[in-house]
Design a protein around this ligand. Structure first.
Ligand SMILES: [Ca+2]
Ligand SMILES: [Ca+2]
Ligand SMILES: [Ca+2]
Ligand SMILES: [Ca+2]
Length: 317
C-alpha cells in the first residue's frame, strides 16, 4: 500500500501505477538510454509502396519515476531527469520545458525542467499534494490540482510558481486540468455530480462550469484536439479503460480503442494536420507502453517496448 494512498484518490487505478513507478525507480539501476544519432532515413516510416509521413513533434512521458522525451515516431528517446521521483509530465508550448509532479519531498510538488535536463526548478512547496500540471497555450501559466484545502481543487499559477490562485471551490474532488488551445477554457475531471468522475469544462477563470460526460462510470484525463473542437478522454464505461473522443460540447462520444487492456491518458498531436493521439495501453498484459493512433482510432501502434510502465504521454512541438 502506498504511503500516499489515503490522501491521493484522484488517479484511481492509476494511483497504483504511480506507486509501481516509484517502486521501480528505487530498484532500477539501468543507465539512461543514449539518444540515437539523427538519421534522415527515419523521417519517413512505412513501406516503400505506401510511405507514411512520420508524426511531428516530441512526446514527453513518465517511466520508472523519471521523465523521458522521444520523437513522435518513437525514435531518439532521451531520459530528462535523474532521481526525480517524477510523474505526469506536461511539455510546454515552446517544447523547451517540461512541468511534472515530483515526490522527492513527500506529497507531490510541481517542478519544471528544460528538455535537455538542465534548469530543474521546484515551483510549489507545501505539505499538501500538488499534481497534474497543464500549461496555458501561451506558456505563461500552469494549471494544476492540489488537495491543500482538503478536497482537491484546480489552481493556476505563473510559470515561475508565483501568483497561485484557486479557480474551483467545490466540496467534490476537482483535478486533471487541461487548458484549451485558445486559452479560454479548462477541461477537468470532477466528482461533483453524484461522486463519480466526469469530464467538465469551465472558463479559464473558473466561471461557468459545465458537465460534458454523464456516464456513471469513471471519465477522466481530458485532452483537447489542437483546433479545440474535440476532447479525448479515458473512460471505464465499457468495463475496462478505453480512449474515447467527443465534440467539445460533449456530443458524439465514441470509443477509439476497444480492447481488453487499459487505455489511458490521451494526448493529441499539436499539429492540426496530423489528427493523431498518443496514449498509454496495457494491452497484451503486463506493463504500459506508449501507443499512437489516428484520431479515428485506426493504426494503433506501440512506440515503446520494455518491462516498466510508460505513462502519461504529452505531445508537443
Ligand atoms: Ca473541490
Ligand atoms: Ca462518469
Ligand atoms: Ca481498453
Ligand atoms: Ca513499458
Amino acid at each position: 500500500m502506498s504511503r500516499f494512498a489515503h490522501r491521493c484518490p484522484p488517479r484511481g487505478t492509476l494511483a497504483v501505477v504511480s506507486f509501481t513507478i516509484l517502486a521501480a525507480a528505487c530498484s532500477d539501476t539501468t543507465p539512461p538510454p543514449v539518444a540515437p544519432r539523427f538519421d534522415a532515413t527515419t523521417e519517413q516510416i512505412g513501406t516503400a509502396a505506401a510511405p507514411v509521413r512520420a508524426p511531428k513533434g516530441r512526446i514527453a512521458f513518465a517511466r520508472g519515476g523519471e521523465i523521458f522525451i522521444m520523437n513522435a515516431d518513437g525514435s531518439g528517446e532521451v531520459q530528462v531527469t535523474t532521481g526525480a521521483s517524477a510523474d505526469y509530465p506536461a511539455l510546454s508550448p515552446s517544447g523547451r520545458q517540461i512541468a511534472f509532479t515530483s515526490y522527492l519531498n513527500g506529497p507531490g510538488d510541481i517542478y519544471v525542467v528544460n528538455t535537455d535536463g538542465s534548469g530543474l526548478t521546484r515551483l510549489t512547496s507545501t505539505t499538501a499534494y500538488e499534481d497534474m500540471p497543464s500549461w496555458s497555450p501561451n506558456g505563461k501559466q500552469i494549471a494544476f490540482a492540489s488537495d491543500r484545502d482538503g478536497d482537491w481543487e484546480i489552481y493556476v499559477m505563473n510559470a515561475s510558481g508565483s501568483g497561485v490562485v484557486p479557480i474551483t471551490s467545490d466540496p467534490a474532488f476537482d483535478f486533471e486540468p487541461a487548458w484549451s488551445p485558445d486559452g479560454r477554457r479548462i477541461a477537468f475531471t470532477s466528482e461533483r455530480a453524484g461522486g463519480n468522475r466526469d469530464i467538465w469544462v469551465m472558463n479559464a477563470d473558473g466561471s461557468n462550469p459545465m458537465r460534458l460526460t454523464t456516464s456513471v462510470y469513471g471519465d477522466a484525463l481530458a485532452a483537447w484536439s489542437p483546433d479545440g473542437s474535440r476532447i479525448a478522454f479515458t473512460t471505464e464505461r465499457d468495463g475496462n479503460a478505453e480512449i474515447y473522443v467527443m465534440n467539445a460540447d460533449g456530443s458524439a462520444q465514441t470509443n477509439l480503442t476497444m480492447n481488453a487492456g487499459s487505455d489511458w491518458a490521451p494526448s493529441w498531436s499539436p499539429d492540426r494536420r496530423q489528427q493523431k493521439i498518443a496514449f498509454q495501453s496495457s494491452r497484451g498484459g503486463g506493463d504500459y507502453e506508449i501507443f499512437l493512433m489516428d484520431a479515428d482510432g485506426s493504426g494503433q501502434t506501440p512506440l515503446t517496448s520494455n518491462s516498466l510502465d510508460d505513462a502519461y504521454p504529452k505531445w508537443g512541438k
